[in-house]
Write a protein that binds this ligand. Structure first.
Ligand SMILES: [Zn+2]
Ligand SMILES: [Zn+2]
Length: 420
């Protein structure tokens, strides 16, 4: 059991006086209050960069906070420790004879689960245990007509990557506010291949991680294969044999691991009727990995495709099919590319690892994974301007909740108007 300090609860008698100290004298930021009617309490969270403070104000004379202040005066009321699995934590404590107020988890604020340990067991301190709601991953297939094309965001299930690596030089107190980390410092992500349907056929842009990952890697990346690409395709009445083309943004395992599958005779192309469209220079890099990118370029994902005769290589920025144009961004990998989907005067862009989630809207929020971060920054700065001014529909391949949206900007602040 690993417990992390989440916040310290302080019972306050006079809120205006407490604010004069915590907000005005200390200069801390106070969040909008949350009312908990069952407890007759109003809670004001105070961010401090790490664990927060929570100012608790009674809303009725018979509130537990009023009783507490009447008995002991204002001051430290409780500490809250965050655990991953509250049920398991309570079982562990009960087995060690720790006296509990709650023997089972109960609902807390913002969808969390909480339980209290009796102060007598914690040397006079009331201890609250809390399990944060795991940010849901939105899985499913949703479509939008796009001129002569139809675009459908599919998915290949959820996974997690190291939060520090996902945000590069951005300090954790900043990114953690947008996307909380688990006790292994990983953040929730999704893999979202894009299905393009047109008169020329069906194309998949990227194809997820697939089923080849060994147990150890499944654990490291928290791969949950309960529902994956096959299920998303089935929602559209399709299967692996329905695809005519599979286009790679780059050959990292979380984008192209699903290109091959293990059959009785060894590794085979996963999509039996598809031509695989791969940028020649990316293929060169992927098949000649070095120490820095070897863990991301898994040869089994793509090497079997060439001898199977299913790859169509192309060079440079080209229109691979009417309405589908690739543009090298570099940065993340030497040949990483984004995909423009242009039809009927409208522009959508599948940005792959250039803007992996809606937490990456600011130009310098560049992944630590990137081989050439300054190249990413330069490209992203140009592209962001173009995307915001042109009101492009942007696909976020790794966002757990927002598959696609339009990036808006006002007074230097950026946000996403969700479309899919
Ligand atoms: Zn990548
Ligand atoms: Zn990726």
């Amino acid at each position: 059991m690993k417990a992390v300090l989440d916040h310290v609860g302080i019972a306050v008698d006079r809120l205006d006086e407490a604010l004069a100290f915590y907000r005005d004298a200390l200069g801390l930021e106070i969040d909008l209050p949350e009312e908990v009617p069952t407890q007759k309490v109003r809670a004001h969270m105070v961010g401090t960069g790490g664990a927060a403070l929570e100012l608790l104000e009674a809303t009725a004379p018979d509130s537990p906070i009023a009783t507490f202040i009447g008995r002991r005066g204002a001051g430290l009321h409780h500490i809250t420790l965050r655990v991953d699995d509250l049920q398991a934590a309570l079982a562990h404590l009960a087995a060690r004879g720790v006296r509990l107020v709650d023997s089972a988890p109960r609902p807390g604020a913002h969808g969390s689960l909480v339980a209290f340990i009796h102060p007598s067991a914690a040397h006079g301190v009331l201890v609250e245990l809390k399990q944060s709601p795991s940010p849901a991953v939105r899985l499913g297939a949703s479509s939008i007509p796009w001129g002569d094309l139809s675009l459908t965001m599919l998915h290949d299930g959820p996974f997690r990557l190291d939060g520090g690596a996902m945000f590069g030089v951005v300090p954790k107190p900043l990114w953690e506010k947008l996307t909380p980390a688990d006790d292994r410092n990983r953040i929730q992500l999704a893999m979202r291949p894009l299905l393009v349907e047109a008169s020329w056929g069906r194309m998949l842009i990227d194809c997820g991680v697939g089923e080849k990952m060994p147990e150890k890697a499944r654990d490291i990346y928290a791969l949950d294969r309960t529902v994956h690409l096959d299920h998303a395709l089935a929602e559209r009445g399709l299967d692996a044999a329905s695809l005519d083309f599979v286009l790679a943004t780059h050959l990292h395992f979380d984008h192209f691991g699903g290109a091959t599958a293990r059959g009785p005779q060894g590794l085979v192309p996963r999509f039996p009727k598809a031509r695989y469209l791969i940028r020649d220079a990316e293929w060169e890099d992927a098949t000649h990995p070095h120490e820095r990118n070897r863990a991301s370029y898994l040869q089994d994902d793509f090497a079997p495709l060439k001898p199977a005769g299913v790859v169509d290589f192309y060079a440079g920025d080209v229109t691979v099919k009417p309405g589908v144009r690739v543009v090298r961004s570099g940065g993340h990998t030497g040949q990483h590319q984004i995909v423009y989907l242009e039809s009927g005067g409208k522009t959508a862009v599948f940005t792959a690892d250039l803007i992996p989630t809606i937490a990456h809207l600011q130009d310098p929020w560049v992944m630590g994974y990137d081989l050439f971060p300054m190249e990413t920054l330069a490209f992203k700065r140009r592209f962001m301007r173009e995307a915001i001014d042109g009101e492009y529909l942007i696909f976020f391949e790794h966002d757990p909740l927002v598959a696609a949206g339009i990036i808006r900007e006002r007074d230097g602040k950026r946000w996403v108007e969700q479309v899919l």
